[in-house]
Structures are given as C-alpha cells and as structure tokens.
Write a protein that binds this ligand. Structure first.
Ligand SMILES: Nc1ncnc2c1ncn2[C@@H]1O[C@H](COP(=O)(O)OP(=O)(O)OP(=O)(O)O)[C@@H](O)[C@H]1O
Length: 242
C-alpha cells in the first residue's frame, strides 16, 4: 500500500529554492533513504511531509491523508527531528508515559506502551534512569521510541545516527529495520552516510541542491556506476566521505 505520495513538491525561501519539484511514492513496510550532501533539501523535504512547513508548490499525501489536512497527518506520523531535546531530569519511562498520555492513552495504557517501546529499542534496563545519564545513542533510541508512541503509519528520522560511534550507529540501524519489518511502518531516513543507506534502505532518493537526482531501488541506482559512492559522486559532484 502506498503511504507517501509527493508530486512536484517545492519550497522557496525568497529567491532560494530549497526543494525543487520532489516527486516520489513510498509503500508500507519500506525504509526509504533520503540521501544528499549538506543543503540538498533533506530536512526541508521532511519538514514539508511532516506538515511543519507549508509547500510553495506541489501536492502530497501521507498515510492517505492530503497535505492540506496537517492535523490528521500528525496523528498518523512519528518524527525524530534533526536535533531533538530531552528533559534530562525525567527517566526514559516517564518521558514515554507522558508522550503516550498526550496521545490520549489512559494511565495504565500509557505505562504498558512505554514499557513495550523501551523494550523495542533496547532501553528496558535503563528505563528508570534519568535521561541526562543516557549516551547520545541511547537518547536517539529513546527519540525513536517517542516517535512510535502513536503507532504511526509513517516514521520520519532526520539524521538519527549523526555523531554516533559505529556501535551506536549499528543499534539505531537495527532498530530502524525492526520498525519497518515488525510494525509494517514506512520509515523515511535522512542521512548523508552511504553505508547506512546500503544497510537498511530498500529504496533511495538522492537529492542535490533541491533537485531529485535519482530515485529507486539501490541496486538500480548502483547499476552502471559500480558502487553507490561512484553513483553519488556522479549525481552530486560530491564525495561521500565514507
Ligand atoms: N529558513 C530558511 N531560510 C532560508 N533558506 C533556508 C531555510 N531553511 C533551509 N534553507 C536553505 O535551503 C536549502 C536546503 O536546506 P536543508 O536544511 O533542507 O538541507 P539538508 O539536505 O537537510 O542539509 P543538511 O545535511 O546540512 O542538514 C539550503 O540551501 C538551506 O540553506
């Protein structure tokens, strides 16, 4: 089932075009990578699809809901923004229980949901510890759990592995795969790390300076270029640094 449809999506800031006609679809259970160098338009695309920004052109639907109904879309999505802040004095369990209550869960339901989500992201053992004592990777996993609290159809993760060591990165990537496979959610993963894309993404969108340079299964994008890094260099003129 198609869960995201974007057609000619544009965002302008005065004379600057941050996103220039993004068109793609994504399906249930798919991890779709949004890849591109700095300034490519990845965060802008995520902000448009999550209804934080309004497009200056084009149309989209998320979870079958048209983009002009942002309140309904927000009920059906989960988001881990690029730089999420956390209340350091709360425990992970308190934070998730509160988030579940915001979505209208009863107190016992919120407790059960928080416990399950903490287990899903491998944080059960630290559930009662203050978030201030969590590592960066643990905070990111808590952020993913927070994004799942309303059982979303589509989850948007903006550079979730930024600043993590390889072990932390691996844990996040495993969590992302689980979200797509076990929950059947669509995951939109923004990154500029090619190895990450190759490990978890089914399909890929390569953006550069606001324009979509390639879209489709990784194997198709790699075909001809020999490797994803060669394809990336060819499409964006930039080295991938990994
Ligand atoms: N509020 C804004 N006002 C003006 N220009 C903006 C604004 N937000 C983004 N831009 C510009 O739009 C372009 C796309 O930015 P965006 O943040 O979407 O890129 P990105 O691919 O997420 O980059 P990064 O990997 O550095 O986060 C950039 O040229 C950026 O400078």
């Amino acid at each position: 089932m198609t869960t995201i449809e974007a057609s000619g999506l544009c965002k302008r800031y005065g004379a600057r075009i941050a996103l220039d006609g993004l068109t793609f679809t994504a399906d249930t259970g798919e991890v779709i990578g949004l890849l591109g160098p700095n300034g490519a338009g990845k965060t802008t695309a995520i902000r448009l699809l999550t209804t934080i920004l309004e497009p200056t052109g084009g149309t989209f639907t998320v979870a079958g809901i048209p983009g002009d109904q942002p309140h309904r879309i927000r009920q059906r999505i989960g988001v881990l923004p690029e730089s999420a802040g956390y209340p350091g004095r709360q425990s992970g369990a308190e934070y998730l229980r509160y988030a579940a209550r915001l979505f209208g869960r009863s107190r016992p339901d919120a407790r059960t949901a928080a416990e399950r989500l903490l287990a899903d992201v491998g944080l059960s053992e630290r559930a009662g510890a203050r978030i201030a004592t969590y590592s960066r990777g643990m905070k990111q996993r808590l952020g993913i759990a927070r994004a799942l609290v309303n059982d979303p159809a589509v989850v948007f993760l903006d550079e979730p592995t930024l600043g993590l060591d390889p072990a932390g990165q691996g844990e996040i990537l495993a969590t992302i795969s689980d979200v797509a496979r076990q929950r059947g959610a669509t995951v939109v993963l923004s990154t500029h790390t090619l190895t990450e894309v190759e490990q978890v993404c089914d399909n890929l969108l390569i953006l550069d300076r606001g324009k979509l340079r390639a879209a489709g299964p990784i194997a198709e994008i790699v075909a001809g270029a020999g490797s994803l890094s060669s394809a990336f260099l060819h499409l964006t003129g930039q080295d991938s640094h990994d």
